[in-house]
Design a protein around this ligand. Sequence first.
Ligand code: NAD
Ligand code: WQD
Length: 341
Amino acid sequence: MQQTTNKILVTGGAGYIGSHTVVALVEQGFDVVVLDNFSNSQPESISRIEQITGVKLDVVNADVRDEIALQRVFELHQFDAVIHFAGLKAVGESVDQPLRYYHNNVQGALQLLRVMGDGNCKKIVFSSSATVYGDPSSVPITESFALNATNPYGHSKLMVETLLRDISSSDADWQVSILRYFNPVSAHSSGLIGEDPNGIPNNLMPYISQVAVGRLACLSIYGDDYDTVDGTGVRDYIHVADLASAHIKALQALAPGHGCQAYNIGTGRGYSVLEMVKAFEAASGQTIKYKIAPRRIGDIASCYADTSKSARELGWTAEHDLNGMMQDLWHWQSNNPNGYS
Ligand code: NAD
Ligand code: WQD
């Protein structure tokens, strides 16, 4: 396939979703530069990417808010597009440390967009989140649903979405895709890269896989009295490799006249917490000890995507099924019980 977009800056490329996307980009022949401050990732993830791809990566250890460092990167390279993953992502932490979240996520995006504009690089794919839909009035969720964040993390994503829409309205040269991820899970099929959260995981699947390797004793299931198939919360879990391929499609779909578009990136199908536990047990052969705990504040009953816009406009749909997600997750966690360390 002929590529019109070749040289890509990937901010946050050492992180969970970024590392998988960098692998996919390199495998598709893109020329990638990673910029990361390693505030929530390990240099080891870069070595693993290099091991998988056989390509030495160009990595800049810098903060996206560092104007001088960013300008220098744009002086050294003529980028065709940027994929902007760099940001903080823990909802609970954002409630405790709102300024840190706004500063990192909003100021980081502002700085990046300014330097991009100065360097006449006006194509960007931005990591947003289903969290921008808040508590949706119904499911499945389409991109035209009301946007209504309920915590500083979600607000920071909405602010950047607004920024992107505004710059695109003011200057038609900007070509922007906002990807609203649902619940990213699992790991690369090699078992070499995966999710390695700091401290005790907030998210369901890393918690389950750490129970499986004995790092954690017991999963707490937050609520079994929701109006769902079995009373536990329902989410749209998507394999991180499918997320990675969505970024490639999103880059390839950037073209004159694109403007600013948002896309749901999920599978379109929801699974309950208990269904996820059972599926993990079946794929791993491990038994997951769990107990029912009270509902977690801020949680909603059900959240899953209508993915027809991304299928229609990006030509992308998720390919991995639930069992595949669980097998790859177990491959990663059992090979790397302590993550990258
Ligand atoms: P991650 O923390 O694993 O990766 C983010 C990377 O960005 C890390 O390597 C971190 O060191 C880097 N970083 C953070 N702030 C930076 C800064 N100021 N300058 C340079 N580098 C910086 O997170 P992830 O799960 O890979 O998420 C990537 C993006 O996707 C984030 O923007 C996140 O908000 C968004 N997202 C994640 C999820 C999820 O559940 N994982 C869901 C929806 C959206
Ligand atoms: C999934 C389900 C929990 C942990 C969060 C962010 C969202 C996005 C993705 C960044 C829910 C239940 C969980 C546990 C449990 N991130 N659960 N025990 O809350 O859907 O989304 O991550 O953008 O913004 O809010 O994901 O994995 O935390 O929870 O029972 O120990 O698992 O109640 O039903 P969530 P999650």
